[in-house]
Write a protein that binds this ligand. Structure first.
Ligand code: PAZ
Length: 309
């Protein structure tokens, strides 16, 4: 068995996995024969430190990239499988997180009848979002699948990829989730909450095998696969992205730096690369970089489907 197979054997599937797998297959079969389907992964995986998990290692990702991109893919006519970290941002509802939504409302007391209204200009903000959301609900073009741990993510990624294999080149994978490179194997994890009176724990992390290889070569060999690369050291960004393309043989790496990811990414191909950016005016106008990323990718995907690349 190869490294990734041994790794999968050691992982427990998430609760309700068989039901989720059935939903994924049914979702792909239900779409019309021309519809393109994109799998968007979003948010960060956790690494449990105990079987009865009280503590875990997490990462910064809020799911902004993934949830915004999912919306733009829906706007471009795609059906979307959104595999996301539970409690991270989701398409549509992301616009109304925290107190933002409450601040859009006002109470109106008319003739002793109390009602709630959307305040003035917020109507204009809400209308297109609600409109798109309702159309997506009606057409059944969005399937949301939550994960928490690295193990959940791995099982769901494989199941979603395999469901997509039946639609060949009409499938795109847009792997924006921040997936841990390290984990604590099940057999190295204590059953119960670690106790401080046992002294400071030594936690030994192991490397997560790269599943992009089986994904590209075996699970969805005809899909348009796009991965993301996040770095904090600019000097490594393009080099590491090219190495990934060479190793896994997929179509494109979208490279970004932690601090500038909201207004600059680099599309890296085996022999070329270019920037996609927002200028000051676009930032002031609240344009999201994901709209540009998705616009560009949808064109590339069309060319790929028609055999032009
Ligand atoms: O979720 P978010 O919008 O805060 O961040 C997005 C991102 C930086 C996680 C994504 O653009 C990305 O680069 N994902 C891959 C990370 C990696 O290198 O594993």
């Amino acid at each position: 068995m190869s490294g990734w197979e041994v790794f999968y054997e050691s992982l427990t599937p998430p609760d309700g996995f068989e039901e989720t797998k059935r939903k994924l297959q049914e979702f792909c079969q239900r779409q019309s024969p021309q519809t393109k389907i994109v799998l968007v992964t979003s948010g960060g995986t956790t690494i449990p430190l105990e079987h009865n998990t009280v503590r875990f290692v997490d990462n910064f990702s809020a799911g902004t990239r993934g949830s915004a991109s999912a919306e733009y893919f829906l706007g471009a006519g795609y059906a979307v499988i959104f595999v996301f970290r539970q409690k991270s941002l989701e398409p549509f509802s992301r616009h109304f997180m925290g107190q933002k939504f409450l601040n859009m409302l006002e109470m109106v007391d008319e003739n002793e009848c109390l009602s709630i209204k959307v305040k003035g200009s917020n109507v204009e903000l809400l209308r297109p979002i609600l409109h798109q959301y309702q159309e997506v609900e009606r057409s059944g073009r969005l399937l949301q699948v939550p994960f928490t741990t690295l193990s959940d993510y791995m099982w769901l990624l494989r199941a979603a990829s395999e469901s997509l294999s039946s639609i060949g080149s009409r499938a795109m994978l847009y792997l924006a989730a921040a997936v841990s490179d390290f984990y604590v194997p099940m057999d190295k994890m204590p059953t119960h909450k670690m106790q401080s009176d046992a002294g400071p724990p030594t936690i030994s992390l192991q490397l997560v095998p790269k599943v992009l290889k089986p994904l590209v070569n075996m699970w969805v060999p005809n899909a348009y696969v796009v991965s993301f690369k996040l770095e904090t050291d600019t000097a490594l960004l393009i080099k590491k992205s090219r190495e990934a393309l060479k190793k896994y043989n997929h179509k494109l790496v979208i490279a970004n730096i932690l601090q500038t990811r909201k207004f600059r990414v680099v599309f890296v191909f085996p022999d070329t690369d270019y920037e996609v950016t927002l200028n000051d005016q676009e930032i002031a106008d609240n344009i999201e970089i994901e709209s540009k990323i998705v616009d560009d990718l949808a064109k590339k995907h069309d060319n790929y489907i028609s055999g032009m690349v």
